[in-house]
Design a protein around this ligand. Structure first.
Ligand code: GYE
Length: 328
């Protein structure tokens, strides 16, 4: 009897050690909920962490304000969380607070938008899109598509940018402008922010249609703005996808639907599904596997109304063929 009791007690001790070894509190400072991409991103990370045994998830929505995010990070430090996941609304101004995170020795994982102080701070892993590549692909797709329909003269392009100063806006704009240098027959006639939201995309397109004489191509740095712009184009009596060629970015399901409906022409993929990446990284880090500071870019495609268009590193896929498999 005594032996059995000792055994039961020992087993209980082992079990509680295992449980405490894997019990982690993982906090996420997210930027807000401006787009379908962002919703899918929050859902992916939340489901992955909450679905993991023994892990507790602490979430903070920054509502697009840097000061809210700084406050959230300081709260995470005070709470003594075990990991911090961080996406910064803009690229600059994080040096101080991220140094505080480092000083508190809380492992930091950078997601999606990488801060410009990344080379000066410590972080354990980083996952994000290749924004300059996405920007180049947007222009390359538009140029190749126009070439395929024989429209290579005097093409006017409007670039609807994302949230000013965000990594995605900075990188995609850099990519858009770099690729445009290869197509001198494309001229930029509008370049302004639509803040990555449907409402601002619609409002900006309305104002452009009143103030700019001719727009042949809309490059929208995310699909939500493209979808807002489509409403404005229809309201102005024009035909989106024909009178104005529309190239978005993200590849959200609503963009696939717009492409299949003929309202939109292409979307460059940028995956928000970082949940599994984060879980793997934390499990690895817990097991002593280290990552280097390279930002891991998931592999991404291009989806469109025709299929078979060659852009840098990939060939477009007909959206209608894969719409049913879309996860976000
Ligand atoms: O493209 C946009 C979202 O940072 C990659 O943010 C992300 C961007 C995405 O609002 O839809």
């Amino acid at each position: 009897m005594k032996k059995l009791l000792t055994l039961v007690l020992a087993l209980g001790l082992v079990l509680s050690m295992v449980a405490s070894a894997s019990a982690l509190t993982i906090a996420f400072s997210q930027i807000g909920q401006e787009s379908d991409w962002r919703t899918a991103n929050t859902d992916s990370v939340t489901a992955a962490i909450e679905g993991h045994e023994g892990w507790e998830f602490v979430y903070s929505d920054g509502q697009q304000k840097q000061e809210n995010q700084i406050q959230a990070l300081r709260n995470f430090i005070t709470q003594g969380v075990d990991y911090i996941l961080f996406t910064g609304v803009v690229t600059s101004g994080w040096d101080e607070v991220l140094t505080e995170v480092n000083e508190a020795e809380i492992p930091l994982i950078l997601l999606d938008r990488i801060p410009d102080c990344a080379d000066k701070i410590e972080y354990k892993a980083a996952f994000g899109g290749d924004f300059p590549l996405e920007g180049r692909r947007q222009i390359q797709w538009a140029a190749k598509y126009l070439e395929s329909i024989g429209k290579t003269e005097d093409v006017k392009v409007a670039i609807m940018e994302g949230t000013t100063g965000s990594d995605a806006q900075v990188g995609r704009t850099e990519g858009n402008l770099a690729a445009l240098a290869d197509y001198p027959w494309m001229e930029v006639v509008g370049q302004q922010t639509g803040n990555f939201t449907r409402a601002e995309g619609q409002a900006l397109m309305e104002s452009w249609l009143k103030s700019i004489e001719k727009i042949d191509v809309l490059i929208a740095q995310n699909d939500d703005m493209a979808l807002g712009a489509i409403d404005a184009i229809k309201a102005a009596g024009l035909v989106p996808g024909k009178d104005i060629i529309i190239v978005g970015c993200d590849s959200v399901k609503a963009a696939f639907e717009a492409i299949v409906a003929g309202d939109m022409n292409a979307t460059i993929e940028c995956t928000p599904l970082y949940g599994p990446f984060v879980v793997k990284a934390i499990e690895d880090l817990e097991a002593g596997v280290e990552y280097d500071k390279t930002v891991v870019h998931p592999e991404e495609g291009v989806y469109d109304c025709v299929g078979g268009i060659e852009v840098e590193g990939t060939t477009s896929v007909l959206a209608a063929d894969v719409i049913d498999e879309r996860q976000y």
